[in-house]
Design a protein. Structure first.
Length: 281
């Protein structure tokens, strides 16, 4: 029998209403075997700006022919519906500009893969996340995702220390080549998330490990936020180079702190040489 868990209110009535519409539409669609929500609604962090995100598992023979955009009209008129670069159906609903991301997959392989999401997806309340389960398989798989993500500190710190050295050296070379736009993107899109991960690891605030900038204002001390701010810059030569140097100094301090706590290796000679390249005009 299809499961119908009790509605779970969030801080976003609009999102709650859309989840209810998805539950109702899923139960009325016999080709669907299961529906699993993920994202902020399932972790209790939803607000007025949150998206609706779900996996929809289709019975055998229906995955290739199912009209996903047509089905989602039950949730609201779309202002945009397209398959994004990750193969996910991305939707923007016209009435309130709420975004949605929907994966349509064959139930057999798709549900079997869910328990392998451990360490990547956290569902503190699987009963709320599972909107439809006609066989019981999805509920069983989702129940394995209740443990929060907790990265192993020694291995993670060693990996991040190496990553920061590697990407910062590339940053230094881009700056030396005067590829400032590319360096600007690398600093903010690649180096900064690694720093925030190492910082979170050291501060014991890894709940947002996969998206380390999320809720950083609440999760990290003001001193760390100030160090992060110093690593950001407009696309202007002098400011960008100053930010890159501040970034590497913070990375070195975080790596040294990790070494003091866990004994993770720090290649001091290499670190000093990277600082030397960044010091050039």
């Amino acid at each position: 029998m299809p499961r119908t868990p009790a509605p779970r209110p969030s801080a976003s009535p609009a999102l709650d209403a859309r989840v209810a519409l998805l539950r109702r539409a899923a139960h009325a669609e016999p080709r669907l075997e299961g529906v699993l929500l993920y994202g902020s609604w399932t972790t209790g962090e939803a607000d007025a700006y949150s998206d609706i995100e779900a996996y929809l598992f289709l019975g055998e023979g229906h995955a290739d022919s199912f009209d996903g955009p047509g089905f989602l009209r039950a949730l609201g008129r779309p202002a945009l519906a397209h398959t994004n670069q990750f193969g996910i159906l991305a939707v923007v609903f016209e009435d309130d500009l709420m975004r949605g991301e929907f994966h349509f997959e064959e139930a057999g392989a798709g549900i079997a893969a869910v328990e392998g999401w451990q360490g990547m997806v956290h569902l503190p309340d699987p009963d709320a996340a599972v909107l439809l389960d006609r066989t019981g398989r999805l509920t069983e798989a989702a129940a394995r995702l209740t443990a929060p993500l907790a990265p192993e500190p020694v291995e993670s710190a060693a990996h991040l220390t190496g990553e920061l050295a590697n990407w910062t050296l590339m940053l230094a070379h881009l700056l030396a080549r005067r590829e400032d736009a590319r360096a600007h993107n690398l600093l903010h899109a690649m180096v900064a998330p690694l720093q925030l991960k190492l910082c979170r690891l050291l501060r014991g605030t890894t709940d947002h490990w996969l998206t380390p900038s999320r809720a950083a204002e609440e999760d990290l001390p003001a001193a760390d936020l100030a160090r992060y701010t110093a690593t950001t810059a407009p696309l202007e030569a002098a400011a960008l180079r100053a930010a890159a140097r501040a970034s590497w100094q913070w990375s070195r301090e975080l790596a040294a702190e990790a070494h003091g706590r866990w004994g993770t290796p720090v290649p001091e000679a290499l670190h000093a040489r990277i600082a030397g390249v960044l010091a050039r005009d």
